[in-house]
Write a protein that binds this ligand. Structure first.
Ligand SMILES: NC(=O)c1ccc[n+]([C@@H]2O[C@H](COP(=O)([O-])OP(=O)(O)OC[C@H]3O[C@@H](n4cnc5c(N)ncnc54)[C@H](O)[C@@H]3O)[C@@H](O)[C@H]2O)c1
Length: 247
């Protein structure tokens, strides 16, 4: 089950955390992967460019980087069967201190890049006949958190965008789904977890009783990427140890 042999995948934000774990699990299951990230040092530390794993460094909000990603996937991997729009950032702050620039940057990285990269990848995704789009939402695609109004808005919008993709792309055999991680131990969540109260809150919020690990989100991505998940589309999958359903 979940064999990705012969499949080609793009993973954005692949140098760290959840994206890195997704790229790794896809490679382990036989896929060829294009791993792309803004951070050149972290990307080269995570993946060596090879026949199985092409790497592209750049800011995924940049149209020319997006084009380079698509062109490299086409020339080096022979197409795109799986697109994982994972790159994301979080900026938190009291509502009255949040700036227009922060709004624009979060929306650019967390939302607009997904809209654009998926649009540019669509001709290749259509060719595959059984493609998968997997977007990174969050538990904040459903609920809100203190200081996280902009981030939460971007993640709610990822849910809406993914549902639209599922409706528009189904005719091409393409499924589109979004992952909803809870509190996962990564670089992104580290500054929040430095606060012992915050950490203890999220450990207790999950009935499983702990924070999650990036590879536990990657397993869910592997399922959504698989041929076996061909009738799963337009939905969000919580990977949060049950945090969101516990009152
Ligand atoms: N960690 C969590 O608790 C958590 C929870 C819910 C959702 N998520 C989502 O999962 C995704 C991955 O998060 P993570 O925790 O692994 O984060 P992370 O910070 O560990 O890794 C994110 C990667 O994306 C890259 N990146 C950021 N902006 C980029 C850009 N403009 N262009 C290219 N690459 C860029 C970073 O360099 C980094 O390597 C994000 O969309 C995040 O919102 C994370």
């Amino acid at each position: 089950m979940f064999d990705l042999t012969g499949r080609s995948a793009i993973v954005t934000g692949a140098a760290n955390g959840i994206g890195k774990a997704i790229a790794e699990i896809f490679l382990q299951h036989g896929a060829k992967v294009l791993a792309t990230d803004l951070d050149a040092d972290d990307l080269s530390a995570a993946f060596t460019d090879s026949d199985e794993c092409a790497t592209v460094t750049g800011d995924i909000t940049d149209a020319s980087v997006q084009q380079q990603v698509i062109d490299t996937a086409s020339s080096r991997l022979g197409g795109i069967d799986i697109l994982v729009n994972n790159a994301g950032i979080v900026i938190a702050g009291d509502y009255e201190t949040l700036t227009d620039e922060q709004w624009d940057r979060i929306m650019d990285v967390n939302l607009r890049s997904i809209f654009r990269l998926t649009r540019e990848a669509l001709p290749l995704l259509k060719k595959s006949g059984s493609s998968r789009v997997i977007n990174l939402g969050s538990i904040m695609s459903d609920v809100a958190g203190p200081g996280l109004s902009i981030y939460g808005t971007s993640k709610h919008a990822v849910a809406g965008l993914t549902k639209g993709m599922a409706v528009d792309f189904g005719q091409y055999g393409i499924t589109a789904n979004y992952l909803q991680p809870g509190s996962i131990v990564t670089k992104l969540s580290a500054p929040f977890m430095d606060d012992p109260e915050f950490k203890a809150y999220w450990e207790a919020k999950a009935p499983i009783g702990r924070l999650g690990e990036a590879h536990e989100v990657a397993v869910a991505a592997l399922f959504l990427a698989s041929k076996e998940a061909q009738f799963v589309s337009g939905t969000g999958l919580n990977v949060d140890g049950g945090a969101i359903v516990q009152f």
